[in-house]
Design a protein around this ligand. Structure first.
Ligand code: APR
Length: 239
């Protein structure tokens, strides 16, 4: 292993990293999209058509996350350890809207699909930390307007957040790790193509993702086992 300690690491995470914390994934047999249709709860058109149904879908997920029974797991904690102990920059780009990376101690973090514990006001455009339900009757705590509050979550057909910062980090990294994502949703599913050939690429997942063949290295199993193991190896040997 040559000296890589000045190189940067970018880690993409998906719903699989939070599964063992008790949160559902989307496309597993018991996933969210096996229970509700994306078209009914996760598009701007759905929100325009039936705002209460969309707000109710996210209210239930927010209540579960904020309710106290959900905690970061060993995989989230291992990534926080990697950021703390790796000499070069470490960035977590998560597709997840939970707050488990933050609660595990990750600081350099981008939520490209937004955050469940924040809401956005369509009247004043403020983004507000929020742990309770919202309905069309809820008044914006910033401008007092009602009827314009939505989850600060990126729906299908909307642009993910901070894409320029993500692209710059991908262009600079020496190691790209993908954890707990099925590789079904772009642009996240395309990140590996952007870095392969220049950076080392590692997939850590329960099973091979749609993009599995694009990775130079992979390990499969539950995240709480394979992620801490990969982090210890990177810290002791690099890649
Ligand atoms: N450990 C590691 N990986 C796991 C585990 C686990 N315990 N359990 C499931 N997985 C894997 C599954 O094998 C699957 O490949 O996690 C992946 C989850 O895939 P999806 O359910 O498609 O979730 P994700 O890839 O995060 O979805 C991306 O799609 O619906 C949108 O906005 C939503 O951010 C989400 C995006």
């Amino acid at each position: 292993m040559n000296d890589r300690t000045s190189e940067s690491i970018v880690i993409l995470t998906g719903a699989g990293i939070s599964k063992e914390s008790g949160l559902s994934t989307f496309r597993d047999a018991d996933g969210l999209w096996a229970r509700v249709r994306i078209e009914d709860v996760a598009t701007p058109e759905a929100f325009a058509r039936d705002p209460e149904a969309v707000l109710g879908f996210y209210n239930a997920r927010r209540a579960k996350l904020a309710g106290g029974g959900i905690a970061p797991n060993a995989a989230h904690e291992a990534l926080a350890r990697l950021e703390a102990d790796w000499p070069g920059p470490v960035l977590v780009v998560t597709q997840n809207i939970d707050d488990l990376h933050e609660r595990a101690g990750s600081r350099n973090l981008i939520h490209m699909h937004g955050e469940l514990l924040k809401i956005r006001c369509l009247a004043c455009h403020e983004i507000i930390a929020w742990r309770d339900d919202i309905t069309t009757a809820t008044a914006c705590p910033h401008c007092a307007e009602t009827g314009g509050l939505r989850p600060h979550v990126v729906w299908f057909g909307e642009m993910p957040l901070q894409m320029e910062a993500i692209a710059a980090a991908l262009d600079a990294c020496g190691l790209f790790i993908s954890i707990g994502t099925s590789g079904n949703v772009y642009p996240a599913a395309g990140f590996v193509q952007q870095v392969r050939g220049r950076a080392h690429t590692l997939e850590l997942n329960l099973e091979p993702s749609e993009g599995a063949t694009l990775f130079a290295e992979s390990d499969y199993g539950p995240a709480t086992g394979i992620v801490p193991r990969a982090v210890e190896r990177i810290l002791s040997e690099g890649w």
